[in-house]
Design a protein around this ligand. Structure first.
Ligand SMILES: NC(=O)c1ccc[n+]([C@@H]2O[C@H](COP(=O)([O-])OP(=O)(O)OC[C@H]3O[C@@H](n4cnc5c(N)ncnc54)[C@H](OP(=O)(O)O)[C@@H]3O)[C@@H](O)[C@H]2O)c1
Length: 344
């Protein structure tokens, strides 16, 4: 029987992607949708300005949108996906967990909390064990798992593949698509014929979330990886797909061939939304490119290319679909991991 799931913030850009990925889904069935009080009481069709590249699912379109509060969500919903603005998430997500709901959240609030697992299942699924600590400390019957920022998810899998060579220092420069800022995030007058070398708080997210993801878990607490990471973030006029230029210094020698082999052979998982292979490595020096490569693995694959040696260590480019692998798909995959590990 499918697990009954709810989507918090279902009318937004990421909420719509969640619905696209969940209807249909072999393990999950949409049972509740919430948004702000502006949308509550309307059908989903009325409340959401549907902008995803597939038709609105007819059964979901007729569901009545609820207020985003625990009492408004039926008790037989077992898993919540949250795509709320982070200020709203910070205010309401803990109430849902206290009320007994298990939550896979995409919002940035609490990502760095020491008792909240920040998870990319193929990289650090073992951090899920931190939920026992979280439940003990907070007295929750529910639980909260987060996925990282979209630009963090793009480069961390390639770093994970290189850890065997001893990560010492990483520089990353991003070229991020406009969808990452949400539908109303960047005006066309700002971004057409332009590039914006600043995305508020983004650099800090790449630098801190990557160290948490690549850290260890000893059954009681997390240790963060001590690799130095410096990030520079740019918004460019692509629609979807974050491209990143990465420089990595390692303690052990790592040739171009070693790096390509390590990335290609980095294992995927036997979860519905996990792609095979996880990292697609291109031989062509001008790939990956956002328009051509963002839908690899149904938007869940990481791609890499242009691997070469440089004065600053190994250099390469990587890419991921920011609203699928970087947001909605990441939350769904974390939901699948929670199910596989008996949390639902
Ligand atoms: N866009 C991306 O690619 C991306 C990538 C990674 C992470 N994220 C994160 O994902 C989250 C959602 O982003 P988004 O782009 O989908 O935002 P969005 O399009 O603005 O959608 C926000 C959603 O939250 C609801 N909401 C707003 N205020 C609320 C309130 N006070 N109470 C209850 N619900 C409220 C909205 O409902 P109404 O329609 O009723 O206003 C809508 O459903 C954010 O935390 C963002 O940082 C986004």
């Amino acid at each position: 029987m499918a697990v009954r799931v709810g989507v918090l913030g279902a009318t937004g850009a990421v909420g719509q992607r969640l619905i696209q990925l969940l209807d249909p889904h072999p393990e999950f069935e949409i049972a509740a949708l919430t948004a702000s009080s502006r949308s509550a009481g309307k059908t989903y069709r009325e409340a959401a300005k549907w902008r995803v590249d597939s038709p609105i699912p007819e059964d979901v379109a007729e569901i009545t949108v609820r207020e985003t509060e625990p009492d408004a969500v039926p008790n037989d919903v077992d898993l919540l996906f949250s795509s709320l603005p982070s200020s709203v998430g910070a205010a309401v997500e803990p109430d849902f967990c206290e009320a007994g709901y298990v939550m896979s959240s995409n919002s940035s609030n609490a990502r760095m909390a020491e008792d909240v697992p920040l998870i990319i299942p193929e990289i650090n699924g073992d951090h899920l064990g931190l939920l026992e600590v979280q439940r003990d400390e907070r007295g929750w019957d529910g639980a909260m798992v987060k996925n990282p920022n979209c630009s963090t998810i793009t480069f961390v899998p390639t770093l994970a593949a290189l850890t065997e060579f001893g990560l010492e220092r990483v520089h990353v420069s991003t070229l991020q698509a406009v969808s990452g800022a949400g539908y109303d995030g960047v005006s066309s007058m700002e971004i057409i014929d332009n590039a914006i070398p600043y995305i508020g708080s983004e650099e800090d997210k790449l630098e801190t979330e990557s160290r948490k993801l690549l850290g260890g878990f000893d059954g009681a607490e997390l240790s963060h990886n001590d690799v130095d990471v410096a990030a520079s973030c740019n918004r460019i006029p692509t629609l979807d797909g974050h491209l990143e230029n990465v420089w990595v210094e390692t303690s052990e020698e790592c040739s171009v061939e070693d790096a390509a082999k390590a990335m290609r052979s980095y294992p995927s998982l036997d979860l519905h939304s996990s792609p095979e292979p996880l990292i697609h490595v291109f031989e062509e020096p001008d790939r990956p490119q956002p328009r051509l490569d963002r839908t690899l693995g149904d938007g869940m694959a990481i791609s890499a290319g242009g691997i070469r040696e440089s004065t600053f260590g190994l250099q390469y480019n990587c890419l991921a679909h920011n609203t699928i692998r970087g947001a909605a798909g990441a939350s769904v995959l974390n939901g699948e991991l929670l199910l596989e590990n008996g949390y639902l």
